[in-house]
Design a protein around this ligand. Structure first.
Ligand code: LRH
Length: 488
């Protein structure tokens, strides 16, 4: 049997992977072909992505995929908001910045002083994050390279361009720039004009499912894939791909896509652009088939990953399995932080920042690494509860179940505590939801699956999921939720 195989390139903030997905009638099976580290690099002008190492990882991954057998098509997704600028020869101008670079915060303030948060929200419907592309561009404009810029390509679009030579802007990711109109689903010419940006910087939009191009001869030569291999436009914002693969089989579901970030929210048919929604900082990002991802960013596993990086530098044990055992034994609710506090955004000593946040709110530092991990995971569960309850209220929805997908779904403590804190059943998995969404969009454009509900049904039937029921200690979580509010 020769079921079609699709190569999903999925770049995350800590690692990139090329995963092949075999799709047959009632079948969906992933295999990891290649995984590589994504290590940001600090230069004198700021924090950058090592974009050539990422591109090389993509090429090596496609070569590894090709060695296993025929590949029907390739799709690329990455994190949102970041971009490269091309000059009139199509050459990359400088290195793409990392969204955690500190230059964005003052630039955001300048833009808000000119345009105003209400007007920005009324057009783009995005939560305020200092790294939204609109703010990064404001910081970038004073750079010497700026006058030479002719084309802005978001990260996945840049990699697609290098593989195929084609130029375009995929919509789910374009919706994270804040220069995109959440109502019409097109670039906001008005806002781009108001900000004095050249409209021609922004390429024509592409919908997931469209063919972006085929491989350039030197790419085919290196990877061993035929030149005719199509690169299919997928939901190139990783969160959009993950939400497309949420194994929900009915209405009333909420999701938490939990990796470096926890993206917690709902899928809606239309954006919510009310003042209450803006004040609560909810985003209306675009999903597959014109759906709206109504959600908020929660600091996510970044808090834990950055603790572990700090402990690694100081020679403290950082094995995740041991840390989780210690966390399970640590005292419940000993310390609560607000994961949404912007002090946690930049790279650096995370345990020290947790200590400082606890001191500010009159709490003691946790007891040993296990205590920090417990503090982080309980605080994330509380933040999931706060965000999902607000989302449901603002969108006028009743929630019946939470789907927790992404790498965080492997963390049984986080899944159980999210169920306990919210009082809702949690279905955990798949961990590779993003790669599955990427594969499914390609499979759909090749006529192998139907709409979103078909895609989700296939994930639900084929992937391993775990179920967590809320245990009856809601009162303790209610009290802890009060402490979270006191931190905010
Ligand atoms: C998750 C993610 C998230 C964005 C952030 C920059 O990987 O794409 O949706 O807000 O990265």
């Amino acid at each position: 049997r020769h079921d079609p195989v699709f190569a999903a390139v999925d770049l995350g903030a800590t690692s990139g992977r090329v995963i092949t997905g075999r799709v047959g009638p009632g079948e969906l099976e992933l295999t990891e072909a290649h995984r590589f580290a994504n290590t940001p690099v600090r230069l004198p002008d700021g924090l950058h992505w090592d974009v050539l190492a990422l591109y090389q990882g993509v090429l090596d991954g496609l070569r590894a995929a090709a060695r296993r057998g025929p590949v029907t098509s390739v799709g690329i997704d990455t994190w949102a908001v970041d971009y490269g600028l091309l000059d009139s020869d199509g050459s990359l101008l400088g290195l793409p910045y990392h969204y955690r670079d500190e230059r964005n915060t003052p630039a955001a303030e300048k833009v808000l002083a000119r345009i105003g948060a209400q007007e920005l929200y009324d057009v783009g419907g995005l939560q305020h994050l200092p790294f939204n592309t609109v703010f990064q561009l404001a910081a970038h404009r004073s750079a010497a390279q700026w006058p030479a810029a002719r084309t802005l390509l978001l990260m996945p679009d840049l990699l697609v361009h290098w593989l195929t030579g084609s130029v375009g802007a995929e919509v789910t990711n374009a919706s994270t720039t804040a220069l995109f109109d959440a109502r019409t689903g097109a670039w906001s010419d008005a806002l781009i004009g108001r900000l004095g940006l050249e409209r021609s910087l922004f390429p024509a939009l592409r919908e997931p499912g469209e063919r972006a191009g085929t491989l350039l001869p030197h790419v085919a030569g290196y990877t061993g894939l035929p030149e005719e291999t199509p690169v299919t436009t997928v939901a190139s914002h990783d969160t959009a791909s993950a939400v497309a693969a949420v194994p929900a089989t009915g209405p009333g579901f909420a999701y938490v896509s939990c990796g470096t970030w926890s993206l917690a929210g709902l899928e809606l048919d239309a954006p919510v652009l009310t003042e209450a929604s803006r004040a609560a900082n909810f985003t209306n990002e675009r999903g597959v088939d014109g759906t709206v991802r109504y959600l908020r960013n929660i600091m996510g596993m970044w808090l834990l990953e950055e603790c572990r990086r700090t402990w690694e530098r100081t020679g403290t044990s950082t094995g995740l399995a041991d840390l989780l055992v210690e966390a399970a034994r640590a005292r419940p609710f000993a310390a609560v932080i607000d994961p949404d506090d912007p002090v946690f955004l930049a790279p650096g000593d995370m345990p020290a920042r947790i200590d400082a946040a606890l001191a500010r709110t009159g709490q003691k530092p946790p007891d040993g690494p296990g205590g920090y991990v417990r503090c982080v995971l309980e605080s994330l569960a509380l933040a999931h509860r706060r965000t999902l309850r607000q989302a449901a209220e603002l969108a006028g929805r009743e929630l019946t179940r939470i789907h927790l997908v992404g790498g965080g779904s492997r963390n049984a403590l986080l899944c159980q505590w999210t169920a306990d804190a919210t009082g809702l059943p949690v279905t955990a998995g798949p961990a590779e939801a993003t790669a599955l969404g990427n594969v499914l969009l390609q499979a759909r454009s090749h006529g192998l699956v139907g709409g979103l509900s078909d895609m989700r049904g296939l994930v639900a039937r084929t992937q391993e999921l775990r179920h967590y029921s809320p245990r009856g200690d809601g009162g303790a979580w209610d009290r802890a939720a009060g402490r979270l509010e006191a931190c905010a």
